[in-house]
Design a protein around this ligand. Structure first.
Ligand code: OOG
Ligand code: MG
Length: 267
């Protein structure tokens, strides 16, 4: 087996069994090309089990995230239908290792795009925008990684939930909207969409560029998560997590660890 296939198998098992593994960089010198090859091999394993690609995500598009994790390059990852949750749905904490949650801006692509489309107006390539929440869960011990480690680990992607879509033409400028992350009604993080590349709309061109460089395909109908506007917070074992973006509305997720499953049936 090639190195990327070996790494992909280890990361896949880590995710499926919710068991952390050592950083690849601890024992090998992993370059960015091998890291992206590993991510593609990891996603190929998921597709072979019947999952479908639903979108892509960017990581470290904000200073808040780059500083929190000590990684300062923008990275790209893959979303599948198995990671998608409905707005208001429940997430079982036990399916993850050490999950965190962060508020995001989501774009719905209106066209297939690649590296030659970076100058196209957003109104041609984006159908709608929405507030979103992303649950990240590094498969590495202590939630620590190098740039290559986190790329290989599909940029820590674990789950995502999209709030109500607003047609792009109605959404207006998104370069300075207040972002709020709450748990059970208490504010846990605040920020601005300006934190995401100065304007989250820039995520579309950044994604097109990274996609063509690293072998990803962006198709009409896919979701693009532009990256978190604030640092991530630990996912609570129990609680309602809500992200609000001024003018775009809110999105929620309920977390549990199974201990309230008896009462759930009667609610
Ligand atoms: C990597 C994923 C980064 C974002 O929004 O910046 C990311 C991580 O922080 O574990 O999703
Ligand atoms: Mg994210």
């Amino acid at each position: 087996m090639t190195a990327d296939a070996v790494f992909a198998a280890a990361l896949d098992t880590a995710q499926r069994t919710a068991t952390a593994i050592s950083q690849l960089s601890a024992s090998e010198d992993v370059g960015l090309d091998t890291a992206y090859a590993t991510q593609h091999a990891l996603i190929a394993r998921r597709l072979a089990r019947g999952e479908r690609i639903t979108g892509i995500k960017l990581g470290f598009t904000s200073q808040a995230k780059a500083q929190q994790m000590g990684v300062h390059d923008v990275i790209i990852g893959t979303l599948t239908d198995a990671m998608r949750l409905d707005d208001g749905a429940a997430f079982d904490r036990r399916s993850a290792i050490h999950p965190r949650i962060e508020p995001e801006v989501a774009y719905l692509l209106a066209a297939d795009i690649d590296g030659s489309d970076i100058d196209r107006p957003l109104s041609e390539v984006v159908a709608a925008v929405a507030p979103a929440l992303e649950i990240i869960d590094s498969r590495y011990r202590d939630f620590r990684f190098s740039l290559a480690d986190v790329v290989a680990d599909n940029t820590s992607a674990a789950a995502y939930v999209i709030g109500p879509w607003t047609p792009f033409v109605q959404a207006g400028a998104l370069d300075n909207r207040a972002v709020r992350l709450e748990v059970d009604g208490r504010i846990r993080a605040t920020g601005s969409t300006a934190a995401i590349l100065g304007d989250p709309g820039r995520a579309v061109a950044a994604a097109a560029r990274l996609a063509s460089r690293h072998g990803f395909t962006l198709r009409a109908g896919m979701v693009l998560l532009a990256g978190a506007a604030t640092a991530a917070i630990p996912l609570p074992d129990h609680g309602m997590v809500e992200a609000t973006i001024t003018g775009l509305g809110r999105v929620t997720i309920r977390t549990h660890d199974g201990s309230d499953s008896l009462q759930e049936g009667t609610r």
